[in-house]
Ligand binder design. Structure first.
Ligand SMILES: [Zn+2]
Length: 434
């Protein structure tokens, strides 16, 4: 089953000539309309005309998340604001988010790619989609919502949180499809069990899970506890949002990336060299139809590999392997992107706190738990206990207020956190994902 059979099964030569045509047109547009791209191409001594084949893509400079931050908020937009109909944003290291804008055509294509993704996951018209991705600046909720409506399924716009109500609605409304983060699905199943409700008896037949890394072991656990087929979906707001790539239900072996809209490359993250199919490296994506904020060779920092063999489902679009990590130090905690440097700058602004800390991430009852261990001034330890409690409360509150994450602050005596030579070890991730 396909949503757009013609394009999803386009023979590779036709797909590649479409990619080249769209790539050339994107380069011409960004060169004319986005000063950043004009400068970066000029600096590299290139012009859009220098790209005459897909292999020329690798001559072009990369675009980094930092470039988006430097052009905050609208500097990389390629169309005037009158043509932007939607704005989303994702969190960044500096407290300023990364901003993306969509033209009407961008929303239209996003809706189609999400509809294609739903169908690839085995969702049909007539399904009742329980959408528990967050609605708001985060792209998850609205991205899935528009795709569900485009497909013609019934969508329940739940957003995240309020787990008891989620479970009641799923039972009463007969939800057949669940969309949320994989960890939240397990949390819901646990909560239902505590309420004496058997999740396995709900009408769900498929769950579409993304926005955080998860493992095959977690897939088995979800499929067993929720009695559904668990499908991995990939996306990032910089490129579009959810629906950049998805596993097909037939093969469940890699995520089809919609190559008529995106050109994927896998590179060595240290040297920038393009790697051969099958080799593991960092995923780089070029958007070739976006109008609002087209990105050339965007460094996703996600580590994966790619394969081009045709899939048993009939789709000709390449497949990327399940994400196995990140090439930077970004953590994803309950769907929220966090860089250790963000926590560090909060800690350093607090009186009595020493510049030695350790972030310990674990997963309890299927939810991510963050513990922030930090050394404090010797004098504080000889002080009253209530002062220490007030300090840890303040750290927890500031992290919650500024980053939106709940954590447990643990104050430790000076010189108790191990020192390392070279790059300090700031994070211990005990979630065993991979
Ligand atoms: Zn397939």
């Amino acid at each position: 089953m396909f949503y757009n059979e013609e394009f999803e099964t386009l023979p590779r030569p036709a797909l590649e000539s479409l990619q080249l045509k769209r790539l050339k047109s994107t380069l011409t547009r960004v060169y004319a309309n986005v000063p950043f791209y004009r400068q970066s191409l000029d600096k590299a001594g290139l012009s859009p005309e220098d790209v005459s084949g897909l292999e020329d893509l690798q001559k072009l400079p990369f675009t980094y998340k930092q470039d988006m931050r430097d052009s905050y908020p609208y500097g990389l937009f390629a169309v005037p604001m009158e043509e932007i109909v939607r704005i989303h944003a994702s969190s960044g290291t500096t407290g300023k988010p990364t901003v993306v804008g969509y033209s009407r055509k961008d929303i239209d294509i996003w809706s189609e790619l999400m509809a294609r993704s739903f169908v690839a996951a085995g969702v049909h018209k007539g399904d009742i989609i329980h959408n528990a991705y967050g609605y708001g600046l985060f792209t998850g909720g609205l991205g899935a919502h528009y795709g569900a409506e485009r497909l013609g399924a019934s969508v329940i716009p739940m957003s995240g949180g309020n787990t008891k109500k989620q479970i009641m609605i799923m039972q009463d409304f007969g939800s057949t499809v669940l969309t949320c983060t994989p960890s939240y699905s397990l949390f819901m199943a646990e909560s239902a069990r505590e309420e004496g409700i058997d999740f396995r008896k709900l009408s769900l037949h498929v769950g579409i899970f993304g926005a955080e890394p998860w493992s095959e072991a977690m897939r088995s656990e979800i499929e067993m506890k929720l009695n559904l087929c668990a499908i991995d979906i990939y996306g990032l707001s910089e490129i579009m949002g959810p629906g950049v790539a998805i596993e097909c239900r037939d093969a469940k072996s890699g995520l089809h990336i919609w190559e008529d809209h995106f050109i994927p490359e896998i590179i060595n993250p240290d040297t920038g060299e393009v790697l051969a199919a099958g080799e593991q490296g960092e995923l780089v994506i070029t958007t070739i139809t976006k109008e609002g904020i087209p990105l050339i060779r965007y460094r996703t920092r996600d580590i994966t590999s790619i394969k081009y063999e045709q899939c048993s489902c009939g789709r000709t679009h390449a497949r990327i392997a399940r994400m196995s990590g990140r090439s930077d130090d970004m953590l994803i905690i309950r769907g929220v992107n966090v860089f250790p440097s963000q926590i560090e700058s909060i800690l350093m602004g607090i009186e009595g706190v020493e510049p030695h800390y350790l972030l310990i991430v674990s997963r309890k009852d299927n939810l991510d738990i963050l513990e922030v261990q930090v050394e404090v001034d010797e004098r504080l330890f000889s002080d009253e206990v209530k002062n220490l409690q007030a300090l840890s409360g303040m750290i927890e509150k500031q992290i919650k207020d500024l980053l939106g994450i709940t954590c447990k602050a643990r104050l430790v005596e000076p010189r108790t956190i191990a020192r390392s030579e070279g790059k300090a070890k700031r994070v211990i991730d005990n979630r065993s994902i991979g």
